[in-house]
Design a protein around this ligand. Structure first.
Ligand code: DLZ
Length: 165
């Protein structure tokens, strides 16, 4: 299925782990906040729907997506946090600024995930325009925030499986 056809809020939920005692951090970029707030709502609701408790979900804001890496790193360093979800939207503009931000954040999040040995999820939309962003933040293509939360849950489960728990 191409990404254009995929609904980001439809997923396979077989074999999900018990996350009632797992702690999640969600880091939200303030740029394009009408979109990132919708991503946050989706991620938060998905975590709750699949068993997380309200007190085990913590939120932190960063100014823009470029700062997601460091914000997520600070949460990931905390031993009590099981997974971090980084949410942002970088809309393609007239300059190449978006390319620099997207590559830096994708690489940065990969690095801190490995360094901290825990899931740090890339919940960043990289659309060509605002219309595509709306379609992927609770619109016709679902919500990237839902998908990011489900990815965090699945990776928490995989980590337990690999550890033999
Ligand atoms: C500067 C900038 C631009 C042009 N576009 C976006 C964007 O589409 N999405 C986003 O999250 N942040 C953007 N930023 C801000 C940068 O991420 C960062 O906050 C600033 O470069 C710091 O000065």
């Amino acid at each position: 299925m191409s990404s254009a056809d995929k609904n980001l809020s439809v997923f396979n939920t077989e074999g999900l782990p018990d996350i009632s005692n797992k702690k999640f951090a969600i880091v939200v970029a303030e740029w394009n906040s009408e979109i990132t707030e919708a991503l946050y709502d989706g991620a938060y609701k998905t975590l709750i729907e699949y068993g997380a408790t309200r007190q085990n979900i913590e939120r932190g804001n960063v100014p823009g997506s470029f700062e997601l890496t460091l914000g997520a790193h600070w949460f990931a360093q905390r031993e009590d946090i099981d997974a971090v979800i980084a949410l942002g939207v970088v809309i393609q503009g007239e300059t190449k600024h978006n390319d620099y931000i997207n590559h830096a954040v994708a690489q940065g999040i990969t690095n801190i995930s490995i360094k901290n040995n825990k899931p740090v999820i890339f919940g960043v939309l990289t659309p060509n325009n605002m219309e595509q962003a709306v379609e992927r933040s609770g619109g016709v293509h679902g919500n990237k925030g839902d998908e990011a939360a489900m990815t965090a849950i699945k990776m928490v489960g995989l980590k337990e499986q690999v550890a033999g728990k």
